[in-house]
Design a protein around this ligand. Structure first.
Ligand SMILES: Nc1nc2c(ncn2[C@@H]2O[C@H](COP(=O)(O)OP(=O)(O)OP(=O)(O)O)[C@@H](O)[C@H]2O)c(=O)[nH]1
Ligand SMILES: [Mg+2]
Length: 392
């Protein structure tokens, strides 16, 4: 007998559904968050086709996502307008010890974190007596622990409240289908509560089934959000790639947040680069034998959110559209216009790599690489799409 075909189980993704996801800059006060935010919004590097960064308000900006494929497509089509993919970044006020109980900006801070989908956590690893540290001295490990503890306390509190509400409902005892579903939810949330309070690890680090991830997603927990650690060191340390705190920070992440990305950087250096023109900045980096970390930081944030992009290309415009991994063709078309989704007929799709290899659309077509795809087609990063929609 042939072996049973194993059905591929698609893992439920963490977080909110949707394409309009955001990253927030989180950390203790005075660690360089706002300076980093200003640098990332002003940077001339990794800014495809010189598309201006769009500051939405003083705390929120859309930054272009560097992508060599997009640059190549712009060269190939020479369009009148070029629109890269964007990542929305929020600058959040500093978190202090006790925020979960309302100290400092406390609850306002935590609600800002709740509103973002991924976290850039700025960790201070520079010594500068002039810049006061709220806790008195520079100690990145203590800072890392304070932040994760505050987020965990807040999550546990929130889950506990939610549980109380659920228990009230389920204790009424009626044996309906709806009640059965509520009881299942309750059992999962009891497990979540136990995990948060006993292991004291971020919820995303647990081993959860698809159903459990669905329930956890509906709670919008703070420790469910992916974290990218930005270790902010002095320019001198950054250039020599050496910092006395760095090994300990690495060890802490391996133990408390395994698998999460750490990016060593220098906010002071990035800020200094923003005073130059693009050519001067490139020259400065060459002279110092280094490069800006901002492009890597943006791309890592984009990937952490499970975002991918596809392109629409023509003489008028080359544009990169952001979707979540696993998005099907009609929903991908819907990012451009909801009508494209509702009246979706087919998509004509080729992949960037094929266009790159075969050079022209016609050559791609002749090679059978430019194909009509239907409603069930799952988009791939780098697809180039031409949508066909009916009349509505
Ligand atoms: N030496 C040094 N100073 C820095 C660096 N980054 C920021 N600063 C200084 O630290 C002070 C605070 O910087 P901000 O960027 O405002 O800090 P923040 O994290 O946004 O602070 P809050 O919003 O109050 O939580 C400013 O005086 C900056 O010039 C750095 O990398 N090195
Ligand atoms: Mg700030």
């Amino acid at each position: 007998m042939p072996p049973k075909k194993q059905q591929e189980v698609v893992k439920v993704q963490w977080g909110r559904p949707g394409n309009n996801l955001k990253t927030g800059i989180v950390g203790m006060p005075n660690v360089g968050k706002s300076t980093f935010f200003r640098a990332i919004t002003k940077s001339v590097l990794g800014n495809p086709a010189n598309y201006p960064y769009a500051t939405i308000d003083p705390e929120e900006a859309k930054v272009a996502v560097p992508d060599e494929r997009f640059d190549w497509l712009c060269e190939a089509y020479k369009p009148k307008s070029r629109v890269p993919a964007f990542l929305t970044v929020f600058d959040i006020a500093g978190l202090t010890k006790g925020a979960s109980t309302g100290v400092g900006l406390g609850n306002a801070f935590l609600s800002h974190v709740r509103a973002v989908d991924a976290i850039y956590q700025v960790v201070r690893a520079f010594d500068d007596a002039e810049i006061i540290h709220v806790e008195g001295d520079v100690d990145p490990i203590r800072d890392l622990s304070i932040i994760v503890d505050e987020l965990l306390i807040k999550d546990a509190e929130f889950v506990e409240k939610h549980l109380e509400g659920l228990r009230k409902i389920t204790s009424r005892g009626a044996n309906t289908l709806e009640m059965k579903a509520k009881k299942e939810e309750q059992a999962i949330i009891e497990k979540v509560y136990q995990y948060l309070t006993e292991t004291k690890q971020p919820i995303r680090k647990g081993d959860w089934s698809n159903r459990e991830v669905e329930i956890i997603n509906s709670l919008y927990l703070l420790t469910a959000k992916p974290v990218i650690y930005l270790v902010n060191m002095s320019e001198r340390d950054f250039l020599r790639q050496k910092n006395k705190y760095l090994p300990k920070i690495k060890k802490w992440i391996d133990e408390n947040s395994p698998g999460d990305t750490l990016i060593p950087m220098s906010v002071a250096f990035e800020e200094r680069l923003t005073n130059f023109t693009e050519e001067e900045a490139i020259e400065e980096c060459k002279k110092l034998n280094t490069k800006s970390m901002l492009p890597k930081i943006i791309v890592t944030g984009y990937n952490a959110l499970n975002l991918i992009n596809y392109f629409t290309c023509g003489e008028d415009e080359v544009r990169s559209w952001t979707i979540r991994k696993g998005t099907k063709a009609p929903q991908a078309a819907g990012v451009i216009h909801t009508d494209f989704e509702k009246a979706f007929v087919v998509g004509e799709i080729m992949h960037y790599q094929d266009l790159f290899d075969y050079k022209t659309e016609n050559a791609c077509r002749a090679a059978g690489k430019y194909l009509t795809k239907g409603k069930e087609y799952v988009m791939e990063s780098g697809d180039i799409a031409h949508w066909k929609a009916g009349k509505r």
